[in-house]
Design a binder for this molecule. Structure first.
Ligand SMILES: Nc1ncnc2c1ncn2[C@@H]1O[C@H](COP(=O)(O)OP(=O)(O)OP(=O)(O)O)[C@@H](O)[C@H]1O
Length: 847
């Protein structure tokens, strides 16, 4: 029993334990279930979050990638733009233009050669960029790949190198044992040096020697570039000796600085920074300088294009380099040159391209220019003035310019209706003066005055040269004066007082001007007058076919081509020639641009030049028609008659004092000009103080002018043939009798007229009368026995000089060639010889 109950207890206990264990297990299971559920829930959440996260990341990555791509693209476009800009700058004109639009181009002076295009680089999505390689002044080219493709590339490269430099700047040497030069046959017109199959060694030796010589020379290289194309075949590569290879490597090392460039295929070149290697597969090339960027090779230029280009280049080469252009004469900086000892300035270049200066200065103060019509004298003067005006500012240079040829060639230097600018150094420019030597005389007189002033100043300061005067008187304005007279012979030919005076003044300026900084540039197609002046003109410039400008045995002018000149510094002696090629100064736009730049730099207060224009008719300046202070005590009123031909454009005045003979006769048939002279006289007198005017008009054609004058004068009475009288009422102010066509008064009035002329001036009554001919004046004054004493002054219009004899102190009358808008003025009390004046236009509409 005891056993049974023990067992029962044991069973119960086990049952109990089992139940407990089951309970625990159930609880554990339940707990596990719970945590599994929880874990599963969490896992679901994590998965969800992960998915969301992934989505977000993907979106972010997408947008970042878009952004990066967008930025990359815009950067790439920008970079490509930069590269294209750089490429354009690095390979300008013929060096970089696609064949489609290719044309040879000349570099600007001073430009260094750039890169040469061989193909294009496809760069991402941007338009293709030019694939460029260095050559001139930069590298040798070592090419490897299919020979036929390389040869095409070489043809293109040569065309670009030669086409982007000046004719003759590149010399070509070709070693082509296989084709014997045939590979580069289109270049034949340029006469390349062909090197035979066995001559590679001697070519290399010669190159090494050439390089040594050039590299030892001081200063920049002046020899042409040499491009040496070596198209080696298998045999050459196999047979090249170690000595030849060493020479080749020497050329590779030292050639670039000497302007020697190898373009090699089929031979090895040693590693050197100046060797640019180009490897070609199919039509794609890789170069050292562009690294991994593939270059799609351009097709070769069409063969006929190459031949045509080479023919043209050979022609240009045979013609020599183009002459300098006007802009080539410009100094690096305007107005920076020193005028201390002179005004040296280039006027062109010689055939080797170096500039030729004219050494105008203290030692060689004046220049004669000679050449037949059309040989380019005027062009030379423009070129020279441009060169001078860019070097020497208005403080150092003053220009006086006269051209006695018909035309307006110097008008460009003065302000015009289309262009307000002027050349700041120009003080006087004469145009259309061919009919008036007086303009020339006026300029010479002005320069003569200047010479006197300078000589006085120099002796005051104890100076013997212009430089000393400038140094002793730094405050003074002493620019060097350059007077240019084109066709100057017009001034000194003829045997009259004007020619004598001009020759005297020119001689004086030639003798003494140089010392005072006054220089003459005289141009002429003839030799007239040159001999007499020659001694003072050791500096000469002869244009083609010029005769007797240089010595008779100096044949240079006979042989130089057109647009050339001989500059001679030894009075024309044959040993002192320099041949210069003259630029063309004819392009107005180029000139205007230059002049504008100079004009904008003009100093404050720089005045416009005085323009002598032979065709211009001056108007009576307002200052002489509006009331002005009386001339002052002791000086009598002055009637203004016209403009004097002088640099200051002063008026010609007739003083009307209380003395016998102070009357004026205007002589000639030109009604308008006679009316203008009388009107200018009357209006200017009216402006000088109280006066009374009697206007007498006896010619219907002058009535309008007379009426207008009466209307403008403050106090005037008017008579015509109906009430004509010379018995005029006395006035207590000066009384001026303006008579239009007095010769029409007729015999009935002669006595009264003579009485008025004779005794009027002492009573302050002056006659200013117009007579249409001298004989009619003579009739009025008493016929054959007439005395002209009462006519103290006269102005002659279209009256021949001989007709004026009775009114002139010297027998035969004055020299006078009547012409429109010119009058000869003679006042017995002041003139020794009469003076040409320009009647002012007073009433422009002549109504
Ligand atoms: N260096 C040059 N280059 C190009 N053209 C030039 C050159 N020199 C002169 N000419 C041209 O030749 C022509 C004659 O030149 P220019 O008028 O200077 O000669 P000139 O000797 O003054 O002749 P003339 O005495 O008949 O006036 C002009 O059409 C001018 O443009």
């Amino acid at each position: 029993m005891r056993v049974g109950s023990h067992r029962n207890a044991l069973v119960a206990a086990v049952r109990q334990e089992l139940a407990e264990a089951r309970g625990t297990a159930r609880a554990v299971l339940a707990a596990a279930e719970t945590s599994r559920g929880e874990a599963q829930h969490r896992k679901g959440l994590v998965r969800e979050a992960y998915a969301t996260c992934l989505n977000q990341l993907a979106a972010a990555r997408e947008s970042a990638r878009d952004d990066i791509q967008r930025r990359y693209r815009s950067e790439a476009v920008r970079l490509a733009g930069h590269l294209r800009g750089l490429a354009t700058v690095s390979a300008t004109g013929a060096a970089g233009a696609p064949w489609r639009v290719w044309a040879p181009s000349e570099p600007e002076p001073g430009d260094r050669p750039g890169l040469l295009r061989i193909g294009t680089i496809a760069f991402e999505e941007t338009a293709a960029l030019p694939g460029l390689v260095p050559l001139l002044d930069a590298a040798h080219l070592h090419l490897s790949g299919p020979p036929a493709t390389l040869d095409q590339m070489i043809i293109g490269l040569l065309m670009r190198a030669i086409g982007s430099t000046r004719p003759g700047d590149v010399q070509l040497t070709v070693y082509d044992p296989e084709q014997l030069g045939g590979t580069l046959a289109p270049f034949a017109p340029l006469a390349p040096a062909l090197v035979g199959p066995g001559a590679l060694g001697s070519l290399l030796d010669e190159l090494v020697e050439h390089i040594c010589r050039i590299n030892e020379m001081p200063g920049p290289r002046t020899e042409p570039w040499r491009i040496v194309v070596l198209l080696a075949d298998r045999a050459t590569a196999a047979e090249i000796t170690p000595a030849q290879q060493a020479q080749l490597d020497r050329v590779a090392r030292n050639g670039v600085t000497a302007g020697v460039h190898l373009v090699v295929r089929g031979l090895e070149l040693e590693e050197h920074p100046s060797v640019e290697r180009i490897v070609v597969h199919e039509r794609t090339a890789f170069s050292d300088s562009l690294g991994p960027l593939p270059i799609r090779l351009d097709p070769p230029p069409p063969a006929e294009r190459v031949t045509a280009f080479c023919r043209a280049a050979a022609d240009r080469m045979n013609a020599g380099p183009a002459p300098a252009r006007l802009s080539d004469l410009e100094p690096p900086k305007f107005w920076a040159a020193s005028a201390r000892d002179g005004l040296p300035a280039p006027i062109g270049d010689c055939t080797d391209g170096t500039m030729v200066e004219v050494p105008l200065g203290d030692a060689l103060p004046h220049v004669l220019i000679g050449g037949p019509p059309g040989s380019g004298k005027t062009n030379l003067i423009h070129v020279w003035l441009g060169s001078l005006a860019t070097r020497y500012g208005p403080e150092d240079l003053a220009l006086y310019l006269l051209d006695f040829k018909e035309g307006v060639s110097f008008a460009r230097y003065a302000p015009g209706s289309r262009d307000p600018s002027w050349l700041p150094q120009v003080r006087l420019a004469g145009i259309n003066v061919n009919a008036d030597r007086e303009f020339g005389l006026a300029m010479l007189r002005h320069l003569g005055e200047e010479l006197r002033t300078r000589s006085l100043a120099a002796s005051r300061h104890g100076a013997t040269t212009h430089a000393e005067l400038k140094a002793a008187d730094p405050e003074g304005h002493w620019p060097r004066i350059v007077a240019v007279i084109d066709e100057f012979q017009a001034l000194i030919t003829g045997r009259d007082a004007a020619a004598d005076e001009a020759a005297g003044l020119l001689g004086d300026l030639a003798r003494r001007g140089g010392q005072q900084g006054i220089h003459l540039i005289l141009a002429s197609p003839e030799t007239v007058g040159m001999q007499s002046l020659g001694g003072h003109f050791p500096l000469r410039i002869a244009l083609p076919k010029a005769r007797r400008v240089l010595t008779d045995d100096n044949l240079a002018p006979a042989v130089i081509p057109r647009y050339h000149a001989v500059v001679n510094t030894d009075s024309g002696a044959a040993g002192a020639n320099r041949i210069v090629r003259l630029p063309d100064a004819g392009d107005r736009t180029v000139w205007r641009t230059l002049q504008r730049r100079l004009w904008r730099s003009r100093p404050v207060g720089c005045e416009e030049p005085r323009l002598f224009d032979g065709y211009a008719v001056p108007r009576l300046p307002a200052v002489y028609r509006t009331s002005s202070p009386s001339p002052g005590p002791g000086s009598s009123p002055g009637a203004v008659l016209g403009e004097r031909i002088d640099v200051a454009a002063r008026p010609a005045r007739l003083r009307l004092g209380r003395m016998p003979g102070r009357n004026l006769a205007v002589l000639g048939a030109r009604t308008d000009e006679a009316g203008d002279i009388l009107a200018a006289a009357a209006l200017s007198l009216a402006a000088q103080g109280p006066a009374h005017f009697s206007v007498i008009c006896l010619a219907p054609e002058a009535e309008r002018a007379a009426a207008r004058l009466v209307a403008e004068l403050p106090a005037a009475d008017w008579y015509d043939s109906s009430d004509l009288t010379f018995d005029l009422p006395a006035t207590d102010v000066p009384h001026y009798v303006l008579g239009y066509a007095l010769d029409a008064a007729g015999p009935a009035h002669r006595e009264a007229l003579r009485a008025l002329l004779d005794s009027g001036p002492e009573r302050r009554t002056h006659v200013l009368g117009w007579w249409r001919t001298v004989p009619r004046l003579r009739d009025d004054l008493g016929g054959m026995s007439a005395s002209f004493d009462s006519i103290g002054a006269w102005v002659a219009l279209d009256v021949p000089g001989a007709d004026l004899a009775p009114l002139y102190p010297q027998p035969g009358g004055p020299v006078w060639y009547p012409r429109s808008r010119r009058a000869l003025f003679f006042d017995r009390s002041v003139h020794r010889t009469p003076e040409v004046i320009i009647p002012y236009e007073v009433n422009s509409d002549h109504t």
